[in-house]
Design a protein around this ligand. Structure first.
Ligand code: TNX
Length: 548
């Protein structure tokens, strides 16, 4: 008896000491799943002969998972399509099961005995189950893998989980755009908001108005340092470029495989300096030659608005139709932010237009632009997203409001029955500082440290318990790139704040715990940043909202 007891003990302790680290991984997943249950089953063993089985709708995601497992562990698992789950398959199985999985984007992962099964009703669910599985696998080359016995039932808290990237102020290589999409997929985001036009450069090929690219995509110089520095200094380097429609199609296909919708933004009627540089006839001074902006912070300082000429509306219709034909997204972002009214006030033509169309004032003219473009996009079955300034006038409530002001402004838009995406400058502008270190790399201003992001709630207090709470679709962090000119700086500014936001958007708010988040960040995510060669802010734990 005694002998038996010690024998068992010895065996057990041997077993435990021999267990690789991944047996503890389910407790360190980011974003934290809704439900994780350890199982009394055998760990699943995988080697180069284990297959990834998949049902036809998930063929592309099976190939994606195969590539991710290879990159992470060196193992290439063969793919095989199946029509149904026979119950005796060994390996990884991707199944469509709308009866078991009742929500969009949800997945159920079961790991035990001979197989790891991921069930979902849609592509996104399979992508997220796959991301979770990767976090259960070791982060090094192995000949064989061992996956702990566990069941994970998981789905997102918010339907809209976005990251934005401004490619006008600085443009980034196509390969980096794909990498950014990979980062989004890892964090279970589902939307990439691509800010493609602004005063400092037009970044999407438009076939019907080629000067947008030959002229509007290039600026003659770029500001050095902060725009408030006196005197202002500029380099003398011609800067620019744009993504061709073929490249954009390539990125869309890449994103689709990863469950990511790309929402393109063409910013009108303000932030349009690159447009009027290419086509001065759309400006309030058709005889002027405008340059593509070389400085930042144009609002109220330089004319960058479209004028309400008939040719301008023809232009908007054609361009937005071209954009709508290119992007499968149900939403197109039309900007609408920071449209200075002073240029319309000073323009006799704009004033006549306001009178002739019975518009109240310049705000009414702004609404007119938004309504016109909404109509062009409705013809292509697209819904419109605009920055919250589009509510300055009266507007049809089907327009989606992207709120970069505070929670109160977001709540007010929801009370007007607009669907709302929360992107408040505090704390979701990732172009703001994340440390108070005087040696930190230049940022625009502000202070949004990691804990401020983690403790953010997309739901405004004003909507607690109100039926209008359902208008809050989710949230997004914005990355404006005035002071961000390289991929490494993009990574530095978003990591690890984007990791914190992923948990805000995905996980159950009742399970939020910043200390536990930091533990999982260190165990699961930081080693991946290192392995991927990704830049990130290493001082994240030293700076909190309290050290002002
Ligand atoms: C305001 S937020 C802007 C951007 C700037 C940003 C800098 C918004 C919709 N417009 O054009 O890049 O501030 O933080």
């Amino acid at each position: 008896m005694m002998h038996h007891f010690f024998g068992t003990l010895l065996l057990l302790s041997l077993l435990f000491s021999a267990l690789p680290a991944e047996s503890q991984q389910a407790a360190a997943i980011i974003p934290k799943p809704q439900q994780v249950s350890p199982l009394q089953e055998r760990a699943v063993r995988l080697n180069s002969k284990s297959h990834i089985y998949y049902q036809a709708p998930f063929a592309s995601q099976a190939a994606y998972l195969q590539g991710l497992i290879k990159a992470q562990t060196g193992l290439t698992l063969p793919l095989q399509q199946i029509t149904s789950n026979t119950g005796s398959l060994e390996g990884i199985i991707l199944l469509q099961d709308a009866a078991a999985v009742q929500r969009p984007e949800m997945y159920i992962l079961h790991s035990g005995n001979k197989a790891i099964t991921i069930k979902a009703q849609d592509v996104n669910g399979i992508v997220y189950g796959s991301q979770t599985l990767l976090q259960l696998l070791p982060l090094e080359n192995r000949r064989g893998l061992r996956v702990e016995p566990v069941e994970i039932i998981d789905y997102p808290q918010y339907a809209y989980r976005g990251m934005h990237l401004d490619v006008s102020r600085h443009i980034f290589p196509l390969d980096f755009i794909k990498k950014y999409i990979d980062y989004l997929a890892f964090h279970k985001f589902n939307t990439f908001h691509w800010h493609l036009s602004d005063d400092q450069g037009w970044r999407i090929e438009i076939k019907s108005y080629p000067k947008l690219n030959s002229v509007g995509s290039w600026r003659e110089a770029t500001l050095i340092g902060h725009f408030k520095d006196q005197p202002a200094r500029y380099d003398s380097t011609r800067y620019g470029g744009y993504y061709t429609q073929d490249q954009i199609r390539e990125v869309i296909a890449y994103a689709t495989q990863r469950g990511i919708t790309i929402v393109p933004e063409i910013d009108i009627p303000g932030h349009s300096r690159a447009t009027i540089a290419a086509y001065p006839e759309f400006s309030t001074h058709p005889d002027t030659t405008w340059n593509v902006a070389t400085t930042w912070g144009m609002y109220n300082r330089q004319n960058n608005v479209l004028a309400p000429h008939p040719e301008t509306f023809q232009f908007l219709k054609t361009v937005f139709h071209e954009v709508a034909d290119l992007f499968p997204s149900p939403y197109i972002h039309i900007g609408g932010d920071e449209c200075s009214k002073m240029w319309w006030k000073a323009s006799p033509q704009a004033q006549e237009f306001i009178q002739a169309n019975n518009l109240k004032d310049e705000k009414g003219l702004q609404t007119y632009f938004v309504e016109q473009v909404s109509e062009y996009l409705a013809q292509k079955n697209k819904k419109v997203i605009g920055w919250h300034e589009i509510l300055e006038g009266d507007l049809d409530s089907s327009t989606i409001v992207m709120n970069w002001a505070d929670a109160k402004t977001g709540a007010a838009a929801a009370m007007r029955k607009h669907p709302v995406i929360m992107t408040p400058g505090k704390p979701l502008y990732f172009d703001h500082y994340q440390t108070k270190n005087p040696n930190d790399s230049l940022a625009i201003h502000g202070y949004n440290p990691l804990d401020a992001v983690y403790n953010f709630s997309p739901m405004p207090d004003e909507l607690q318990g109100k039926p209008e709470a359902r208008y809050i679709m989710g949230a997004q962090a914005n990355l404006w790139t005035e002071y961000i000119s390289s991929p490494a700086k993009v990574e530095y500014m978003v990591f690890p704040r984007m990791t914190a936001l992923s948990e805000v958007l995905w996980s159950d708010p009742r399970q939020k715990d910043f200390e536990d988040f930091k533990r999982r960040l260190e165990q699961t995510v930081i080693p991946r940043f290192k392995r991927w060669g990704t830049a990130y802010c290493t001082e994240y734990a030293d700076w909190t909202i309290h050290n002002q």
